[in-house]
Design a protein around this ligand. Structure first.
Ligand code: THU
Length: 154
């Protein structure tokens, strides 16, 4: 099942991005929730950066897959992004089909720091079964640098 929630300009085939997210999901450290998540970010440079969720015994210290991927990319000097793929599944219950892993609110906000409203997001079960949306659809009325009196973006 391929769902297209929004239309849009021609863009890269999501298959490669989703495959990268599926691969990095294997590295998820999720001993508490058993929910394994993988994310892959396509930078403006054309490079793909990946990340998985990394849980912690102090639960609040957990980092989500999307922010893990973003940290990799920004640390490598990237600043702009055009697409994100995210995949998840519960290692313990192994439901079929796996659930769609919607990016959490914190990740939506963190992505919005570097990605514009047109960032394409593929929330996927496989490279042929995904929902396509934009960041603007997931995070309308975002809080951004424009709300601050004297933003410093250097
Ligand atoms: N998780 C993500 O990696 N991304 C999200 O956007 C939602 C949640 C992870 C965090 C935690 O390790 C597990 O999923 C269950 O919440």
């Amino acid at each position: 099942m391929k769902q297209s929630v929004t239309g849009g300009a021609a863009e890269a085939d999501p298959g490669r991005l989703i495959q990268a997210a599926l691969q990095v999901r294997q590295n998820a450290w999720a001993p508490y929730s058993h929910f394994m998540v993988g994310a892959a970010l396509l930078a403006a440079s054309g490079k793909i950066y990946t990340g998985c969720n990394i849980e912690n015994a102090s639960y609040g210290a957990t980092i989500c897959a999307e922010r893990s991927a973003l940290a990799q990319a920004v640390s490598a000097g990237e600043r702009r992004f055009s697409a994100l793929a995210v995949v998840g599944f519960d290692r313990q219950t192994r439901p079929t089909p796996p659930p769609l892993a919607w990016p959490c609110g914190i990740c939506r906000q963190v992505l919005s720091e570097f990605a514009g409203p047109d960032l394409v997001i593929y929330v996927a079960r496989s490279d042929t079964d995904y929902v396509r949306l934009t960041l603007k659809e997931l995070l309308p009325y975002q809080f951004g640098a424009g709300q601050l009196a004297a933003p410093r973006l250097d």
